[in-house]
Design a protein around this ligand. Structure first.
Ligand code: GUN
Ligand code: ZN
Length: 447
């Protein structure tokens, strides 16, 4: 990371006066391409421009017209590259960065074998700071400008993540992961300490700069009813916070939940009865849902988060993206690092496309790009602020090179329109396709 960027961040009065104009192909959205014909939601300009001032997008329009109207703006001309809102990863685990791509296990064994031993290391603030910084830099290098992360049970892991995000001026959501059973002793808190520590962290970080706190019970197998109840109470006391957890990821997990909570109607009910179902709830995975669960998620306006590389990597199943999104369930997209096998939201879109195909639906590139930006932002209740290439949004922007490798280039020469040009990058692209990234109006060159 270029230290000059941080010098610039510490002089906001200078930044506010300078207008930046990015020229290139621009892609944004005016609506939800799952509930409206995608063609009616797309705002594409092959000679577009994005005017930035004071960390925000001031205007998106024709590049030449914006240049004429703002002759003093500092111009960055990206040629044929595609200027998009930065990607928004709606569910990941920064403490799992160093153990991504660990071989051979499904969910419960994967947690016990790889995840918990690694998470135990985050009691060390120096280690937590190292991995937090590494994760955020990897995210930026992949064009992801917002992460929604689980931390570990250690409050220091939350401080490390929010501190590293603040240094980079990134909008992030995170929370202390709470577990008081079915986890190693050194990774367990209690109902009371989970409540107390989450409350203290929330009061310290929520709404400070660009950080938002999410109350974070890991999943119902690792929380006692008393802990779920305590965290439900904390959410009721702080209703503007998000709440993130996992739901119905693998069949053995669901059977385990039903053993642990014999009275519940379904998995979602383990949250619902403790006050952990709500509009600002984020439910990761949500693959094997029952009809009642879908109805309740829709009714309350809660969000499900699709984690497709994780779902294939850990062997979880095929999420019904089209069915849920068209039913009006708020839906985000996420890497689920390190259960997911990539930091790249391009690879994540590719996996979502492939899972869609296995379920009999071909997702349009517009739908995939919307999910990775606007959809995830709406899941986080930050629609219009992040993940949006339009006036008044924060200038968190990713510029994609649509000819980043020889394989993609030779395919893109055949492209008939922007979708045909973009789709090979969605299917075959990675961090090499990320030409540039802007965070709050400041340029962050990929490593
Ligand atoms: N369920 C509970 N914890 C986790 C986790 O860390 N990753 C995934 N993929 N699923 C989980
Ligand atoms: Zn997860």
């Amino acid at each position: 990371m270029d230290s000059a960027i941080y010098d610039e961040l510490s002089r906001p009065y200078v930044r506010a006066m300078v207008q930046q104009l990015l020229l290139g192909q621009t892609l944004g959205f005016s609506g939800n391409p799952f509930t409206t014909d995608w063609a009616d939601t797309v705002q594409f300009d092959s000679s577009g421009g994005v005017l930035i001032e004071g960390g925000k997008i001031r205007a998106v329009g024709n590049g030449a017209a914006l240049q004429t109207a703002h002759p003093d703006a500092v111009v960055t001309d990206y040629g044929d590259a595609l200027i998009s809102a930065g990607f928004v990863d709606a569910h990941m685990h920064y403490p799992q960065t160093a153990m991504i791509a660990s071989w051979g296990k499904q969910l419960i064994d994967w947690l016990n074998t790889y995840t918990f031993p690694e998470e135990a290391r985050f009691g060390d603030p120096a280690y937590a700071a190292d991995i937090a910084g590494r994760t955020l830099d990897l995210a930026l290098a992949h064009g992801t400008t917002t992460l929604t992360s689980f931390c570990t049970i250690h409050p220091t892991s939350v401080d490390a993540f929010f501190g590293a995000a603040a240094t980079r001026n990134m909008a992030v959501v995170a929370g202390k992961t709470c577990m008081d059973r079915n986890a190693p002793k050194n990774l367990r808190d209690t109902a009371q300490s989970a409540y107390d520590e989450s409350k203290a962290l929330l009061e310290k970080w929520h709404g400070r700069g660009r950080t938002s706190y999410a109350i974070t019970p890991r999943f119902s197998p690792t929380s006692t009813p008393a802990q779920l109840d305590a965290l439900g109470a904390l959410w009721a006391e702080n209703p503007d916070c998000l709440m993130q957890t996992h739901l119905s990821e693998q069949l053995p997990e669901i059977a385990w939940v039903k053993d642990l909570f014999p009275d519940v109607r379904d998995y979602l009910d383990t949250y619902e009865r403790f006050g952990l179902l709500g509009e600002r709830g984020l439910y990761g995975h949500a693959i094997h849902l029952e009809d009642r669960e879908i109805a309740r998620l829709t009714e309350v306006g809660a969000a499900v988060v699709h984690c497709p590389t994780s779902n294939t990597f850990i062997g979880s199943g095929l999420f019904d993206l089209m069915g849920l999104a068209q039913a009006g369930v708020r839906t985000g997209l996420a890497t689920d690092t390190g259960g997911g096998s990539s930091f790249s939201m391009l690879r994540t879109m590719a996996a979502a496309y492939e899972i869609g195909q296995l379920r009999g639906t071909a997702l349009h590139p517009a739908q995939l790009m919307w999910l990775a930006t606007e959809g995830s932002a709406r899941a986080l209740h930050m629609g219009g602020q992040i993940g949006h290439l339009g006036a008044d949004a924060m200038a968190d922007i990713t510029v994609l090179d649509l000819a980043s490798t020889p394989a993609i280039t030779q395919r893109s020469t055949r492209a008939r329109d922007i979708w045909d040009a973009l789709f090979p990058t969605i299917m075959m692209g990675d961090d090499r396709a990320v030409k540039d990234v802007w965070v709050a109006g400041n340029r962050v060159s990929p490593a």
